[in-house]
Design a protein around this ligand. Sequence first.
Ligand code: NAI
Ligand code: MG
Length: 499
Amino acid sequence: MQTAQYSALGEAARRFIAEKRRLLIDGQWVDAADGKTFAAIDPATEGEICQLAEAGPDDVDRAVKAARRAFEDSKWSRMRPADRERLLLKLADLVEANTDQLAGLESLDVGKPLFLARIIDVHGTVEFLRYMAGWATKVEGRTLDVSIGIPNAEFQAYTLRQPIGVVAQIIPWNFPLAMAAWKLAPALAVGCTAVLKPAEQTCLTALRLGELIQEAGFPAGVVNILTGPGETTGAALVAHPGIDKIAFTGSTGVGKLIGKSAMDSLKRVSLELGGKSPVIIAADADLDQAIQGAADAIFFNQGQVCTAGSRLYAEQSVFDRVVAGVADIAKSLKLGAGYAPDTQLGPLVSGEQMERVLHYIDTGRREGGEVVTGGARHGGQGYFVQPTVFTNCGPNATVLREEIFGPVLVASPYRSVDDIAALANDTSYGLAASIWSNNLSFVHRLTKRIKAGTVWVNCHNFVDPNLPFGGFKQSGLGRENGRDAIDLYTETKTVLMKI
Ligand code: NAI
Ligand code: MG
């Protein structure tokens, strides 16, 4: 269904959704073996965007085998690293040249404001691809001394880092294009081959990326893209014996399932999971900046961010002012379709996600929390939820403990460094935290004590291709980005030579 308001998406995006979309297997775009399809949905209107192929077990098998052949094929595995780098740089150029189309598709599919899709999602992806391209030529081992006690024998020892092989990459719906790049680029840089499964809610930009991968000249089978639900397509991919490593971003529950299943055959696994990240505002902070930062930390991408600042802790003396400030910003945000002009907050990605978030809001109320602003669905069509701020939630309130993944903030006061360190760490998650203060001693003391993969100071939600990203505790396993991402897709081989 193509409505008049889609004109803002641009001609190239509209052209892309005019056709049924297919699976990328072994360099060919094909229908699912059993012909099954499902619909891509516009979260702002609840209308169908287009039909997508639903990959079944046969398609998964063909994709994994194609990736295996491509991995063993000398065209890919023995390609010079500099040539892999060039392919990735070419891909980055193509993504950049198609910015309007990709931003339009992302905005439509996820519901995010068009200008943010352009700056954050597409431009961020271009930068990420260029950064990771550079790693292709920089994979290195070490030379090592040995102490083996054989008289008159001399040894030479070194390590090689080699590609793990065929990787299954399963990604979520909050930053579909960027997540595809975070997964594919380091794997391709080191010479792995991939089967990528985008989230069933948001397949469009991954499929367009597949076309650009072909256009860039990657050999057939190096990247395969399967669309379909997690419980069927995703589960078949995870269970396939031809997979050497699984890289997953999504819910902690599914991450644990995947981790357990991976252990059956000791597949390598890296997991980037949920969070319940604290935003900590000290009384000495630049409060205007901190209040805006706290609002952005939770409302950016409608709160559908693994590092969303969903727990706000403000020092007692400034608590009321901070809460009132964040609530004022929440009230001022203009809700609308991502592709409508001046939208600041889009819909949630799906009806299921909207229901989940509304259910959390109800639970928060029932457990005694006070809604300062928001607290309900917005409008009758589209998956819009009002930006919501809770106070007076007890330490065991569900809304304080569970990841909501929507525009819902829980604010609480704190008194001292000891107090706030304990509160910040009182969670099963450990993905990120931000501290807003200009008191160096306070910042450093707290930074060391917080159990989280990233600590931001006077900012929140900033990620960079060169900075390791991942979680402590139940927020995940392994680190993406930077050199750490290269380690995720390579095995160490020790070579010992008697000379
Ligand atoms: P999910 O974890 O079910 O989905 C993420 C990806 O995993 C999707 O591609 C999905 O198709 C796939 N998947 C689901 N079940 C699978 C299985 N059994 N085997 C293999 N793949 C499977 O997340 P969902 O249901 O979309 O959202 C639920 C909650 O998860 C959200 O409310 C949020 O709390 C959290 N979440 C966290 C994300 C993060 O970035 N850390 C991203 C998305 C969701
Ligand atoms: Mg799920």
